[in-house]
Design a protein around this ligand. Structure first.
Ligand code: ATP
Ligand code: MG
Length: 880
């Protein structure tokens, strides 16, 4: 066995299976495409599911990949075991109804023993206990002694998720030696320790399971194998764990230098170093593939990993953000296999940097609260942190719950999980209630059962705005029930063909009218479900029945405005990429007749110059008057042409490529102009933040720009009128002059207030009550502003060290007390804060403050005089 680098191992594997007739495919993105059942890709077969299930024809029946994977369920094991990461690369060879067990096992053996030359005597395999066929292939064909083939039960060696394709599997293990073992006499493959390291799993999908233990053999069984590249490298390089392999070790070294902690110093710090190494890798790849930190879904997975890495950094003593720096090393170490990390490096480091800073702020605040909570719980002789407090920490202060759990565990405590979960569920219910109230669709039913058996609608709207059609189905919007005919109210009308564009791809649904011989309906909106177009209609007159011949006409003016906005979004995307860089990717978009909204990945707010440049670039393209052409082709061909495709979007077998001159080419099913000039003019209205690393631009075109200008004109005219300026061009000058006048007036008021205060203070101080040698001055004032009262108190305090001054303030509809105590008064025991509290409590209020100066509020005006009269007594009770 020869030391082999991780990059070289990847290449060896892929070319080996290429030599066995497999089609090599790049890693798919970590975000599943067109598969809502999975949050993140966790195995090589996951992005190929559609081929296994027969939903789509694979490009070849043998494929091989090296797939980026994320497995958060392993998070707790990372750093502790030698073999787990949350991010890893999985090598795989796949057969879609082509070869089966014989070839899969033989090739695996050939690769492992002939190409890699792993020592045969250290290899073990496991098979499913009932899979004699696999046992025999290993034993008789490959020649592995029977005592190194371990039969394991369903839990370990049978691959199955619910119902559907499933089957036994066979795993290959490497015996790393007793020094890595747990020492148990039963230690053998399948044991959870690190001696026998599973590195390759061969899955033989040969059954169709009914989910209840019944299995029917598949006519064309499949092969799906998965081998962890890092685990393989670990074995080939004879290192302790996957973090010590060549490329990954370089990442760990960079971390170790940055935090100033040596790898190997202690088990505890080593674990942290490994955890950070792993989590930074996951972070880099997740952000690169378009995930941004958020509080749910994938964004939460990312946030959790990133924050956990930051926290372990803190444990090692580094307070300032450092992860973004390490990302650069991750990109460097993966430059050959994953050049996209380098291409998007600026973007990734910005997103990570922002999240790190945010986390630092949250942690500083949260840690203090959590430490207090732990201390209080300890003081009360308990070890369970109260659920309500824990929930508040997360809900109100954004402190991550898993961090709370970990820190509590470090302090030997647990959380009241039951209460916590209860509060969490209640909060989610509230959120769901609000969403439901908004009404996703605006009609009673949310399930589309009523569409069962209805054929897909033919869409004619790319070419015409009015089409002859016939009514296929009518569904009462109130009951979601089909009805043969409709005379009034709202309904969903389904036609055999329609020019109405149904909401999708970020474009609103069309509106318009449907007319029949005896009826007229207003179309309020158009949606679609699995190719069936639903016109949401209101009957204006007559009766509409199934089978009626109708004319369906789109509101042409509105559609034209939508087209202008939609086409401008394509130009905008191209302009943004040209001006800001290729990290700009669409994160969402929405166009209607009024405006175009475009969300995209970018790390910072756009500067006014950038915005102006982008706006100018789009307008330049409009003024060029380039033709907009649409071609229909398949996805592969479209990508070859260089069309921008959307991340994670599911495309059908034919796609539309929308091309605008040489400036923009995108896959898009929306309706577009035929020439850029028809957009008229493009105006950006706003640029805002949507989430960390995602910006939003709202813009408008054509008549929308006119409307925008008219609004601005009106605003200027209104302002000029209010300011009584005949010539609107004078507004800016006049506003500046007014500001100056205002400033001068304020200064004058302040000076006058000071004068009044001085005069009043002078008169008030003259009559004080002697309380044990202190000069107690307490008065009710009317109409004296707070700041004047304060100044009065401050002046007296400065002039007379023995003074205790209390003023009630009744001004601008508010009741307050202001209290000040001179230096000597304070040392004799007078306390302004306590006096303020005492008097305000007498009037139904509360407050307090420092010994020398305080203020408080009051509610009951009728008690003010009484409270002021009580001041000498209050002061007396304080004296030492
Ligand atoms: P284990 O029991 O060791 O966690 P597994 O049974 O979960 O492994 P599979 O689901 O069979 O692993 O995945 C196929 C291969 O992917 C494994 O043989 C291993 O080489 C690799 N692999 C799985 N999980 C990880 C991980 N968390 N980190 C690195 N490699 C992994
Ligand atoms: Mg596992």
């Amino acid at each position: 066995m020869k030391w082999t680098g991780l990059n070289e191992l990847r290449e060896k594997y892929l070319s080996f299976f290429e030599s066995k007739g497999h089609l090599r495919h790049d890693s798919f993105p970590l975000i599943p495409q067109g598969d809502k059942s999975l949050l993140l890709i966790n195995a090589g077969m996951a992005p190929l599911k559609k081929y296994f299930k027969g939903e789509e024809e694979p490009p070849r029946r043998r494929m091989t990949t090296c797939q980026k994977c994320i497995r958060t369920p392993d998070i707790e094991r990372v750093g502790l075991t030698a073999r787990h990461g949350t991010f890893f690369e999985m090598l795989g060879n796949f057969s879609f109804g082509d070869y089966f067990k014989n070839e899969a096992i033989s090739w695996a053996w050939e690769f492992v023993t002939t190409v890699l030359e792993l020592p045969v005597e250290k290899l073990w395999v496991t098979v499913y206990e009932k899979d004699d066929e696999a046992f025999d292939i290993w034993n008789k064909k490959v020649g592995l002694p029977a005592d190194r083939i371990v039969r394991l039960g369903k839990d370990d060696n049978f691959w199955e998720i619910g119902s559907g394709p499933c089957g036994p599997c066979s795993e290959i293990y490497f015996d790393r030696g007793a020094e890595f073992g747990c020492g148990s006499p039963d230690c053998k493959p399948g044991c959870d320790c690190d001696r026998f390291m599973e590195f390759w799993n061969l899955v033989f999908t040969q059954f169709d399971g009914d989910g209840e233990g019944g299995y029917t053999p598949l006519a064309h069984p499949n092969i799906d194998t998965g081998m962890g590249l890092e685990r393989l490298a670990c074995l080939m390089q004879g290192v302790n764990n996957l973090f010590e392999t060549d490329t990954i070790q370089n990442i760990m070294k960079a971390i170790s230098e940055k935090v100033g902690v040596h790898y190997g110093d202690s088990e505890k710090t080593d674990i942290s170093l490994r955890i950070i190494t792993d989590h930074v890798r996951s972070t880099a790849f997740l952000v690169c593939d378009g995930v941004v930190p958020a509080n749910e879904g994938r964004g939460y997975v990312l946030r959790r990993l990133l924050r956990r890495a930051a926290r372990h950094g803190r444990l090692l003593g580094i307070k300032k953000p450092f992860l973004a720096e390490i990302i650069k090393v991750v990109a460097r170490e993966n430059a050959t296999a994953y050049p996209e990390l380098t291409e998007k490096l600026d973007y990734i480091t910005k997103v990570v940097g922002i999240e790190e800073e945010r986390f630092a702020a949250t942690v500083d605040a949260g840690m203090d609260m959590l430490s207090d909570l732990i201390a209080d719980t300890k003081a009360a002789g308990k070890t369970v942190l109260p659920g309500a407090e824990v929930f508040k920490l997360g809900d109100t202060f954004g402190f991550p719950i898993d961090l709370t759990r970990e820190i509590a565990a470090d302090a030997g405590m647990t959380l009241d999980e039951e209460k916590y979960q209860e509060l969490l569920t209640a909060q989610k219910e509230r959120a769901r209630g609000a969403r439901a109230a908004l009404g996703d669709f605006g009609w009673a039913g949310e399930s589309f059962d009523f569409l069962d058996g209805i054929e897909q609608t033919t869409f004619t709207g790319y070419d015409e705005l009015s089409s002859e059609a016939s009514v296929v189905e009518i569904i009462d919007a109130e009951t979601s029930e089909p009805t043969g005919s409709l005379a009034e109210g709202k309904a969903i009308v389904i036609l055999d063909r329609t020019p109405f564009y149904a909401e999708g791809g970020g474009q609103v649904g069309d509106t318009g009218v449907i007319t029949a011989a005896g009826a007229k309906l207003k179309v309020l909106d158009t949606k679609k479900h699995e190719g069936v177009y639903m016109h949401i209609c209101e009957v204006e007159s007559g009766v509409l029945s199934i089978g009626d011949a109708v004319t369906a006409s789109v509101d042409a003016e509105r559609r034209a405005a939508i087209r202008r906005n939609h086409s401008s979004v394509h130009l905008l995307q191209a302009a943004l990429r040209a001006r800001l860089g290729n990290h700009v990717e669409q994160a969402g978009s929405y166009v209607d007749a009024e405006r175009a909204r475009f969300d995209f990945s970018h790390y910072a707010a756009l500067t006014p110059e950038e915005l102006a440049d982008v706006e100018a670039a789009v307008n330049a393209e409009i003024l060029k008057g380039d033709p907009i052409v649409t071609v229909e082709t398949d996805v592969e061909e479209a990508k070859k042409m260089g069309a921008m495709a959307l991340f994670g979007e599911k495309y059908g077998s034919t796609v539309r490529v929308v091309k605008m001159g040489d400036y923009s080419m995108e896959l898009c099913g929306g309706t577009h102009l035929d020439n850029t000039a028809k957009a008229g003019l493009f105006k950006i209205i706003s640029e805002t933040s949507v989430a960390a690393g995602v910006r939003r631009i709202e813009a408008t075109t054509g008549l929308g720009v006119l409307g925008f200008l008219r609004e601005k004109d009106e605003l200027i005219a209104d302002t000029a009128r209010e300011m009584k300026i005949p010539n609107p061009h004078e507004i800016a000058n006049r506003a500046a002059a007014l500001q100056n006048e205002l400033k001068a007036a304020r200064r004058e008021i302040e000076a006058l207030n000071a004068k009044i205060a001085a005069a009043q203070a002078d008169s008030l101080t003259r009559d004080f009550t002697d309380v044990g040698g202190l000069h107690v001055i307490a008065h009710v004032t009317e109409g004296v502003p707070m700041d004047v009262a304060r100044t009065m108190c401050d002046n007296v305090k400065a002039d007379d060290p023995l003074a205790v001054m209390v003023l009630s303030v009744n001004c601008d509809g508010r009741l307050n007390f202001v209290v000040a105590c001179g230096k000597d008064a304070v040392s004799r025991g007078a306390h302004a804060g306590n006096i303020a509290r005492a008097v305000s409590q007498m009037c139904g209020g509360n407050g307090g403050g420092r010994p020398d100066s305080a203020a408080s509020g009051a509610k009951d005006a009728s008690k003010i005089a009484e409270a002021i009269a009580a001041v000498p007594e209050i002061v007396k009770s304080m004296l030492k």
